[in-house]
Design a protein around this ligand. Structure first.
Ligand code: EPU
Length: 336
């Protein structure tokens, strides 16, 4: 079975809505995967999910494989967990909703994150006090360099904040085909995140999974622009993590600094706050700008190209460096 690549536009396959054209193929059958192994070095393949965390150059040298594998099933039920398997091409939010409806809660803090199931482990998606690695059972992926299928346990995936071995090895080595989740039967709400702790819909004694799901969806809809309406790739920068001593020194100068202590003793800063303080919230540069309700989200007001995004990202990074001496790291991966 062979996979045919043809030249296509990818403008509707990236949530920033940037124009891009390259050779594209759709993968909707796992049987076609061996055909992709050992692709010639001159034409590397970039694996694309929902395109919600990608900055596309207008004429990438990579060919693009769009993953459209489908299917969700209860793989196994143990005494303590439901093990659920979802194919990589399923919509992430659709999957979270389906699990809730089936009576398999545990992912509701991650509701409404754009993108696909297969992309979720790549950047170890996280929101509202939960990261994907805390619910992961295993990842079934093809190592396209070695030409074989592997099952990776969480300890094999090198997870860190918005990072994993799948991201570090580049977007052409690992083709994630199925992701398995271990959802504890003893469900308890995760309400550590400030926005949830104070949420009016969650003040009763025992909030239900549906109430947590609705609260998370409500918060995201209020704060974050819908990519179908205003092009964006979610947070455009990671929240920077710095040494405690540097954070203390910064707090002396900026008493309102938002800080989150990390398990390793270091301190995470809120990049959105830094960007807002640097004067970039709601500000535009050409056809792009930083969002008016969440300064961490870079938005395409219409007609932007990759170069416009890069110019704004550079200006914002410089503004934050000048004011706080902190470097911001871009979150979306680049398709070049
Ligand atoms: N803040 C500002 N100004 C802003 C934005 C934020 O002062 O313009 C302050 C907020 O008031 C708050 C703090 O910064 O005190 C944190 O803001 P928020 O709760 O909105 O979360 P975040 O740190 O900006 C992260 C994730 C989001 C995720 C939320 C909720 C990263 C890079 N981003 O944002 O993930 O939804 O927490 O958990 O970690 C994404 O990755 O695409 C994404 C949207």
């Amino acid at each position: 079975m062979s996979i045919a690549f043809t030249e296509q536009s990818l403008q509707h396959c990236n949530t920033l809505g940037l124009p891009a054209r390259t050779q594209v193929a759709v993968l909707d059958d796992e049987a076609a995967i061996p055909d992709l192994c050992g692709a010639p070095a001159g034409s590397p393949v970039f694996i694309l999910g929902g395109g919600s965390n990608v900055l596309m150059q207008s004429q990438p040298r990579h060919r693009v494989l769009r993953v459209a594998l489908r299917g969700i099933r209860l793989l196994q039920e143990t005494a303590d967990h439901w093990i659920i398997e979802a194919a990589a091409g399923e919509s992430w939010h659709g999957f979270v909703t389906r699990c809730l409806e089936q009576g398999w809660p545990g992912l509701e803090n991650l509701a409404l994150i754009p993108g696909t199931v297969g992309a979720a482990p790549v950047q170890n998606i996280g929101a509202y006090g939960l990261e994907l690695d805390q619910r992961l059972h295993s990842v079934v992926a093809w190592d396209l360099h070695a030409g074989r299928e592997c099952a990776l346990l969480p300890s094999d995936c090198g997870f860190a904040y918005r990072d994993s071995v799948f991201k570090r090895d580049g977007a052409g080595r690992w083709l994630i085909v199925r992701v398995r989740f271990a959802l504890p039967k003893a469900w308890a709400p995760r309400l550590d995140y400030p926005d949830l702790r104070g949420h009016p819909g969650l003040q009763g004694d025992a909030p239900t999974p549906r109430q947590v799901y609705d609260a998370v969806c409500g918060i995201r809809r209020r704060k974050l622009p819908d990519p179908a309406v205003l092009g964006n790739a979610g947070s455009f920068f990671k929240n920077p993590v710095i040494d405690a001593a540097r954070a203390d020194a910064l707090r002396q100068r900026f008493p309102d600094l938002r800080t989150y202590p990390q398990a390793d003793g270091r301190v995470k800063l809120a990049a959105g706050w830094l960007i807002e303080q640097a004067g970039w919230k709601g500000r535009r540069l050409g056809p792009v700008g930083m969002h008016e309700r969440q300064a961490l989200v870079l938005v395409n007001h219409g007609g932007a190209q990759a170069a416009d995004v890069q110019a704004l990202a550079q200006a914002v990074r410089q503004g934050v460096r000048d004011r706080f001496d902190v470097d911001l790291e871009q979150e979306p991966v680049v398709l070049d």
